[in-house]
Design a protein around this ligand. Structure first.
Ligand code: DAH
Length: 356
């Protein structure tokens, strides 16, 4: 069998030769590109292995199983060697990239400034925490509200001026039975809560509220309120005053006193405005930045829940009584920190926001 041409060579011998050469050729590849080239030289159509694969149909039925078995064996082994080498080259590539692109720990890092909660949110959290400490639950309700909850359930007659479009932003206006509006206060959650919860009720309701006000030093069209509601057996007016006094001392300091002045709200009877004693002066200092010498700061509205409100939500007003209050965190923050305009809350000026 000397001097046989490549074509005439025994296909199994040809495969054996290819198998002998393969490890050296694969090992010589220095890069992934090299290896692709070697792969096509070893397994491609024009390679000795490729030639045997293409000529399988020409072998006799006796020869075919022997050649086929060796072909599969050699192809599989060469492929294995190629895969090993490829994994090796890829790892080396990766190592080199990591070395080249590695992190330089001596470089100055980027500093991401850490924000704080907005002063209004901080104020809300602080007030809510005080009431949670007294055992109150926290409730919320929709900002797009039915006129029924915003007004009617709260004993506010259809003719009340606050229901006019000039005061209230309506989403759906006309038929009082299904008017939808942006709630003008957090009080509607009083009715919603009582409707779906049995007494006793002790809840605070922080939330966003809306009125057709133009932005100025003391008004924002979108602002916040914190509502409070307590309904139980035997709740009397002194419970209201004691609770709010406790809150005022926690919020403004232990020396605080409160005073109640008669007022009117449709959903409370009697109703009152509550003032807190000035925490910045002892009263009588006409130059005081907080009270201008009045000695008292007007803070919030409150009162005993009107029996009509209890009846509107199906509570028995002969057995139950309660008190309610509503305060504005914008006003609380202004008073406490000496902020002279509400505009600061929405200006998004970091020089202001960063102070809190
Ligand atoms: N909802 C009232 C307002 O927006 C504030 C208020 C007053 C709430 C008296 C109350 C209350 O719960 O009893 O002006």
């Amino acid at each position: 069998m000397s001097n046989v041409s490549a074509e005439a060579m025994d296909p199994v011998a040809k495969l054996d030769d290819a198998m002998t050469e393969a490890p050296g050729a694969i090992d010589a590849a220095k890069s992934l590109d090299d290896l692709d080239q070697v792969e096509s030289e070893l397994l491609g159509k024009a390679s000795p292995i490729g030639e045997v694969r293409r000529s399988m149909g020409e072998f006799t039925p006796e020869e075919r199983p022997r050649v086929g078995a060796r072909l599969n064996e050699v192809t599989g082994r060469v492929q294995e060697l190629l895969d090993e080498k490829r994994a090796h080259l890829e790892r080396a590539d990766e190592d080199r990239r990591l070395r080249e692109e590695g992190i330089d720990v001596t470089l100055e890092s980027v500093i991401f400034p850490r924000g704080t909660l907005h002063i209004i949110q901080q104020t809300i959290d602080e007030v809510v925490d005080i009431f949670v400490g007294l055992g109150y639950q926290v409730a919320d309700g929709p900002e797009a509200e039915l006129a029924w909850y915003n007004f009617d359930a709260l004993n506010t007659p259809p003719t009340h001026p606050s229901r006019l479009e000039s005061d209230t932003m309506y989403l759906d206006w006309g038929d009082p039975a299904d008017e939808v509006l942006l709630r003008t206060h957090t009080s509607p959650v009083q009715a919603r809560w009582m409707e779906s919860n049995e007494p006793p009720v002790y809840v605070v309701v922080p939330g966003r509220t809306y009125r057709t006000d133009t932005v100025d030093a003391t008004h924002l069209p979108v602002f916040h309120q914190i509502e409070g509601l307590a309904v139980d057996e035997n709740i009397v007016f002194s419970d209201l005053k004691g609770t709010l006094l406790h809150w005022a001392r926690e919020f403004f300091g232990p020396q605080s006193e409160v005073r109640l002045r008669p007022s009117f709200f449709p959903f409370t009877e009697p109703s009152a405005e509550m003032d807190v004693s000035c925490f910045a002066c002892d009263g009588g200092d006409p130059g005081c930045r907080v009270c201008s010498g009045a000695g008292w700061i007007e803070l919030l509205g409150c009162g005993m829940v009107d029996p009509n409100v209890l009846e509107a939500v199906g509570y028995d007003s002969t057995r139950l009584s309660g008190f309610a209050f509503g305060m504005g965190p914008e006003r609380l923050a202004m008073v406490r920190y000496g902020i002279e305009s509400m505009k600061h809350f929405i200006d998004n000026d970091l020089r202001f926001l960063e102070q809190f």
